[in-house]
Design a protein around this ligand. Structure first.
Ligand SMILES: Cc1cc2nc3c(=O)[nH]c(=O)nc-3n(C[C@H](O)[C@H](O)[C@H](O)COP(=O)(O)OP(=O)(O)OC[C@H]3O[C@@H](n4cnc5c(N)ncnc54)[C@H](O)[C@@H]3O)c2cc1C
Length: 369
C-alpha cells in the first residue's frame, strides 16, 4: 500500500486525507496542535464563496466553484451546519458601477451560479438598512460551520483507515529510500522519524517553511507574506442589520470589509488586510474608525457599535506590491522533489475550495504512486 503523510490537520489537510484514504492510500495526518482545525481554519469569515473574484481559469476560481458544489453536497450528506444566505456586493456610488459590472462578468465566466445586477431601489427592498447605488446579487453564496466541516473530513478519513497524530510538529522533510522521511517532535520533546512514499504539505502558515526545509536549489523559492485580517463585532442592540452577507467592491489584497454573520446570527465587520512581520492575533481597536468608513453602505453604524472581535492570518504568496498570485497545488517531480505534494498560499477561498483541493491532491498522488 502506498503510504502518504499529510502535514497539517486544517480543513484542507483533512479534506486531502479523506480523498486519499477513500482511494485506498494509507494515510497518516500529523498535526502540531492538540486539536484539529485550530489554525487558519478557525479564524475566517466562514463564507462559502460562489467564485466571483478570481481570474478566470485560475486554480482559485476552479477550486472555489467546484469546491462550493462539493461543500453544499457534503454539508447536506454529513449534516454540517450551513446556510445558503446569498450575498450582495454593493457599489456605493455611480463611479463604482463599472467595477461591479466587471465583477458580474468575471463571476459569470467563472461559473459562480446565478448572478443579477440590481438597482438601488431593489437593493433597499432586499436590505432596508443598506444604502448603495446598485448591487450584484449572488444567491449561491452561503455560510458554513468550518469546524464541523473539518470534522466531517476527519471522520471520513478515519472511517477509511487514516490515522490522525496530534501534538506533533514536523520539523523537516528529507528524501529517503525513494520516498520521504519526516522528522517530527512531539509536544513532550520526543522525536521520531516517519518514512512514507508521498508527503502532502498542507501546513497552512507553516507550509512554506516546511517546503524550504527540503533545501533543494532546484525547487522554486516562494516567500510567505502574513496578512492579518481583523474583525469587529457589531453591537447586539443594532438587531440583525442584514439578512444577506453584504460586501463592498474588493480591493487589491482582500474582498473589502464586509458584513458577515455566523450561524448563531452574530454580526461582525471585517476582515481588513494588513501585512505583518510575525504571527499575531491582536485586534487593533484604533482601526474601528477605518472600518466604519469602509462600511459606509451601512449609514446607521456609529463608532460605539464596533468592538474588537478576533483576527485571522492569511498565508499569502502575494506581497504588498504584487499582483494576483494563485494557489500552489503541485507535485514535485518537475522540480526534482518527486512525491512531495505542496499546498502553498492556501488563503481565501481555501475553506470553500477544500473538498476540490482534496480531490486534486488525490489525483496527483495517484499519478506518482
Ligand atoms: C481572515 C480570513 C478570512 C477568510 N475567510 C474565508 C472565507 O470566508 N471563505 C473561504 O473559503 N476561505 C476563507 N479564508 C481562507 C480559509 O480560512 C483558509 O484557506 C483555510 O482555512 C486554510 O486551511 P488549511 O488547512 O490550509 O490551513 P490551517 O487551518 O492553518 O491548517 C494547517 C494546519 O497545519 C498545522 N501545522 C503547521 N505547521 C505544522 C508543522 N510543521 N507540523 C505539523 N502541523 C503543522 C497547523 O497547526 C494547522 O492546524 C479566510 C482566511 C482568513 C485568514
Amino acid at each position: 500500500m502506498t503510504e502518504v503523510a499529510v502535514v497539517g490537520a486544517g480543513v484542507v489537510g483533512l479534506a486531502c486525507a479523506a480523498s486519499l484514504s477513500a482511494r485506498g492510500f494509507g494515510v497518516t495526518v500529523i498535526e502540531r496542535e492538540a486539536r484539529v482545525a485550530q489554525g487558519i481554519s478557525a479564524r475566517n469569515s466562514g463564507v462559502i464563496h460562489a467564485g466571483l473574484y478570481y481570474p478566470v481559469g485560475s486554480l482559485k476560481a476552479q477550486t472555489c466553484v467546484l469546491g462550493r458544489e462539493r461543500l453544499y453536497a457534503r454539508a447536506a450528506a454529513y449534516a454540517v451546519p450551513h446556510r445558503r444566505t446569498g450575498k450582495l456586493v454593493v457599489a456605493a456610488s455611480p463611479a463604482e458601477a463599472a467595477a461591479l459590472t466587471a465583477l458580474y462578468d468575471r463571476g459569470r465566466d467563472n461559473g459562480a451560479g446565478a448572478l443579477t445586477l440590481i438597482d438601488g431601489v431593489e437593493l433597499e427592498r432586499l436590505e432596508p438598512r443598506v444604502r448603495g447605488d446598485r448591487a450584484l446579487w449572488s444567491p449561491e453564496t452561503g455560510i458554513v460551520d468550518a469546524y464541523a466541516l473539518a470534522k466531517s473530513y476527519e471522520a471520513e478519513a478515519v472511517r477509511h483507515g487514516a490515522v490522525v497524530v496530534l501534538n506533533t510538529r514536523v520539523e523537516a522533510l528529507e528524501p529517503a529510500h525513494g520516498g520521504w522521511r519526516l522528522r517530527t517532535v512531539a509536544k513532550g520533546g520526543d522525536r521520531f522519524a516517519l518514512e512514507v512514499d508521498v508527503v502532502v504539505n498542507s501546513a497552512g502558515l507553516g507550509a512554506v517553511a516546511l517546503f524550504d526545509s527540503v533545501g533543494r536549489p532546484a525547487t522554486p523559492r516562494r516567500t510567505l507574506h502574513l496578512c492579518k485580517g481583523d474583525y469587529f463585532a457589531l453591537a447586539p442592540a443594532l438587531g440583525r442589520l442584514t439578512t444577506h452577507l453584504v460586501y463592498p467592491l474588493p480591493d487589491a489584497h482582500g474582498l473589502g470589509v464586509h458584513v458577515t454573520f455566523d450561524l448563531g446570527g452574530r454580526d461582525r465587520l471585517g476582515p481588513d488586510t494588513a501585512y505583518v512581520d510575525r504571527e499575531r492575533y491582536d485586534v487593533e481597536p484604533e482601526k474601528a474608525a477605518g472600518f466604519l468608513a469602509a462600511a459606509r453602505y451601512l449609514p446607521e453604524l456609529r463608532l460605539e457599535h464596533l468592538s474588537p472581535d478576533f483576527a485571522g492570518l492569511r498565508p499569502k504568496l502575494q506581497g504588498p506590491d504584487d499582483g494576483f498570485v494563485d494557489f500552489v497545488i503541485e507535485e514535485g517531480t518537475a522540480a526534482g522533489v518527486p512525491g512531495l505534494v505542496s499546498l502553498l498560499g492556501i488563503e481565501s477561498p481555501g475553506l470553500t475550495a477544500a473538498g476540490e483541493i482534496g480531490e486534486r491532491v488525490a489525483a496527483l498522488v495517484r499519478a506518482v504512486a
